[in-house]
Design a protein around this ligand. Structure first.
Ligand code: KIV
Length: 294
């Protein structure tokens, strides 16, 4: 039995296409990728959206949070993913402090992710407080995906990576954030670590799609971090399902290479190129090239 997805249309997924998918009840599938190799693999699997998440700070760059991620980090990763993607909508995260300082900086940085990085849209964190920025970016022709709930760039405000919107006031606050983002022109909203009942209610309130991570099955789509799904990280969050143990497979393969090399079994005949015997003979006759006694 094939595990490859059914054939999808080859045309690039668009922001308006995602809104149409919500209206049609067609679940949206989004995943992170941070390089061309991963982009090729997730494209082949048929995802609708590739997010160059600032989670690359932890998954790829070895930081303890997303806060140290720079525009240069995001531009390099976005360009690599964009070069390798064909059908999926490519969305780039705006890193910490690339959109909070001023609207001018937000416009310049978002514009760079599209013009230099090759993304088709950007994602930024926050609700009501970033609504004006979202409106101005959208007016400038830059599609924006919102992100509310647990917004990792504010981890120091939340005091950890915790479920958000658990009481009535904070739940209403999240609904207001989502409505403000929709009114500002966002084309979709990521709901991260939000109780399933709240995520479902928000999804019903909005005409734009919600994309959940740790927000239950009532969202219009799901997003997951590549490393979490594939067993490439150091731990698996509660919201993630490990579909493969790629990390273990890599370590086992590299360990085999180490032992083959140490045992003199690699490279074998299949990995080697040879000289013509006449060239070998001529070479041996010509050696040593240095004059004796010189
Ligand atoms: O950076 C990221 O990977 C994200 C997802 C968790 C939505 O923002």
């Amino acid at each position: 039995m094939s595990t490859l997805p059914a054939e999808r249309p080859r045309a690039r997924v668009t922001t308006t296409g995602l809104v149409a998918m919500k209206a049609a009840g067609d679940p949206i599938v989004m995943i992170t990728a941070y390089d061309a190799s991963a982009a090729r693999l997730v494209e082949a699997a048929g995802v609708d959206v590739i997010l160059i998440g600032d989670s690359l700070g932890m998954t790829v760059l070895g930081h303890g949070s997303t806060l140290p991620v720079t525009m240069d980090d995001m531009l390099a990763a976005t360009a690599a993913v964009a070069r390798a993607s064909e059908r999926a909508l490519v969305v780039a995260d705006m890193p910490f402090m690339s959109y909070q300082v001023s609207i001018e900086e937000a416009l310049r940085n978002a514009g760079r992710l599209l013009a230099e990085g090759g993304a088709q849209a950007v994602k930024l964190e926050g609700g009501v407080v970033v609504a004006e920025t979202v409106a101005l970016l959208t007016d400038a022709g830059i599609p924006v995906m919102g992100h509310v709930g647990l917004t990792p760039q504010s981890v120091n405000i939340f005091g950890g990576y915790k479920l958000q919107g658990r009481d009535t006031d904070s739940a209403i606050g999240l609904v207001e954030d989502c409505l403000a983002l929709e009114a500002a022109g966002a084309f979709a909203i990521v709901l991260e670590l939000v109780p399933a009942e709240l995520a479902e209610l928000i999804s019903e309130e909005l005409t734009i799609p919600t994309i959940g991570i740790g927000a239950g099955a009532g969202c219009d789509g799901q997003v997951q971090v590549y490393h979490d799904l594939l067993g490439l990280g150091t731990f698996t969050p509660k919201h993630a399902k490990r579909y493969a143990e790629v990390g273990q497979a890599i370590t086992a393969a590299v360990a085999e290479y180490v032992s083959d090399t140490r045992a003199g079994e690699f490279p074998g005949e299949a990995q080697v190129s040879h000289l013509d015997p006449e060239v070998v003979a001529a070479l041996e006759a010509a050696l040593p090239l240095t004059d004796e006694g010189a």
